[in-house]
Each structure stands twice: as structure tokens, then as C-alpha cells.
Ligand binder design. Structure first.
Ligand code: HEM
Length: 216
């Protein structure tokens, strides 16, 4: 998937004296790498220029999403996500697609918590509560399918072949479920700080080279 972006950018390139520079830069919010950056800025003698300006560019991003280590293509990802209302509420727990519409009112934890995760992956929320073994066994009762290419776990936590499930629960489904990967957040943080670091380093370099040129 190619996405276009534009936004504040830091551009580096060749310019003549003090003037306009054009070159590869960082830009866009969230910041993307290697956009074409254009901006007015200071040249340093030799014509090497930098500047803050607007960066425009296109970036290829993988359109695949990851769920528990499994990747799904962007096609038909919304099968589970379509069922997110009180009258039709599905969610995913440990790779199982559950239709909990009839369980909403019975849920001891209230229907609100289920509705908040409707159409999404609720594995983390389910585990955080520390549900009893009985609650985990109930998952099978509400299972209407499993996620494409995903192994599901039995209530003891061991992997089982989903195809061994009975009836409609054998249906393989796609879902738009993006796992909260800490590495993704880390990368986004890096994307944000790298341009700042580069700009900071340049200022520091300029500062120290100017100081060293002052004749005491
Ligand atoms: C988004 C997912 C879920 C959340 C956030 C959630 C939250 C909760 C909360 C807050 C309680 C009350 C705990 C207490 O009384 O101390 C609870 C209890 C319970 N939930 Fe859920 N729940 C979720 C999904 C499910 C599902 C899918 C099932 C079964 C199909 C289920 C079955 C139960 C049962 C049986 C209890 C009674 C306590 C127990 O046996 O652990 N829950 N849940």
C-alpha cells in the first residue's frame, strides 16, 4: 500500500549559499522516512544546505497486519469487525471468534466490557481479568469460528487444531485485529526522535565549530 504524506520536514540537500535547498528529508506526522523535502534554509559555504520546510512524499507500507504472530492481508479483514453492536456482538479471544450476543446480559462482568471489545481482539482484556476455568470453558460454547491461520488454545492453554472444533466453529475467518506490538510503538518513537536528533546534532556542530573559530 502506497500512502502519501506531507508535513513538517527537515530537508538536507545542496544549495547555493544561503537559500533554498531541496533533498531527501523526513516529514509527515507521524514522521515518515525519506520523503522529498523542500525548505528554505542556511547553506554552509560549500553549498551543503539544510532547512525546515514541508516534506512531501510517498511511502510504501505493508498492508498486512499481525495478530499473535500471524499476518493477515488487508483483503476481507473486516469479517469480525462487522459484528460490533449489541444485537450482533462478536469478539476474538485466543484465536477463537466468539458470538457473544446472547451472553451479553448474562456476563457477570456486565455487557459494557464486552461491547467495548466488540468486533475486536479481546484476548488481553479477557486474560487481564483472570477469568476462572469455568469462564474459559464457556469460550467454546460461543465459538463461531477461528481466525485464519491461527491456532487456538484449549482452556488449559495448550494449542489445539481449530479444525478439530465441531460445526460452524470450524469456519475460518478473517479479522481486522492489530496487536499492540511494543516494537511498533518503539519504531514510531524512533521515527519521531531521529529527525530531532539529526537537527540537534547539526546545531551542536555549528555551535562548536563557530566557537572554535573565535580568536581569543
Ligand atoms: C472483553 C472481554 C471480557 C472482559 C473485559 C471481561 C470482564 C469480566 C469482569 C470484569 C468480570 C467480573 C469479575 C469479578 O466479578 O471479579 C467477568 C466475569 C466473568 N466473565 Fe468476563 N469478560 C470478558 C469476556 C468474557 C467472555 C467472552 C466470557 C465467556 C464467554 C466471560 C465469562 C465470564 C464469567 C463466567 C465470569 C464470572 C467470573 C469467572 O468465572 O471468572 N467473560 N468478566
Amino acid at each position: 500500500m502506497v500512502t502519501n504524506f506531507n508535513g513538517v520536514g527537515v530537508g538536507f540537500g545542496f544549495g547555493v549559499g544561503c537559500g533554498f535547498g531541496i533533498g531527501w528529508g523526513f516529514g509527515g506526522m507521524p514522521l515518515n522516512f525519506l520523503g522529498l523535502g523542500a525548505g528554505g534554509g542556511c547553506g554552509v559555504g560549500l553549498g551543503l544546505g539544510w532547512g525546515f520546510g514541508t516534506a512531501y512524499g510517498s511511502q510504501y507500507r505493508s498492508s498486512r497486519v499481525t495478530f499473535q504472530g500471524f499476518e493477515f492481508s488487508s483483503k476481507n479483514q473486516t469479517e469480525v469487525a462487522r459484528h460490533k453492536s449489541k444485537k450482533d456482538c462478536w469478539l476474538v479471544i485466543n484465536g477463537r471468534v466468539l458470538n457473544v450476543t446472547n451472553f451479553l446480559e448474562e456476563h457477570p462482568g456486565g455487557e459494557e466490557v464486552l461491547l467495548e471489545s466488540a468486533g475486536k481482539d479481546a484476548t488481553k482484556e479477557f486474560q487481564d481479568i483472570g477469568h476462572s476455568r469455568a469462564a474459559q470453558s464457556l469460550l467454546v460454547k460461543y465459538q463461531v469460528g477461528f481466525l485464519e491461520g491461527c491456532k487456538v488454545q484449549d482452556p488449559t492453554g495448550s494449542d489445539v487444531e481449530p479444525k478439530a472444533s465441531k460445526g460452524s466453529a470450524r469456519k475460518e475467518m478473517s479479522a481486522f485485529v492489530v496487536k499492540d506490538e511494543p516494537s511498533v510503538k518503539y519504531a514510531a518513537l524512533l521515527e519521531f526522535f531521529i529527525p530531532l536528533l539529526v537537527a540537534g546534532s547539526y546545531f551542536a556542530y555549528r555551535y562548536f565549530t563557530t566557537i572554535s573559530k573565535i580568536d581569543y
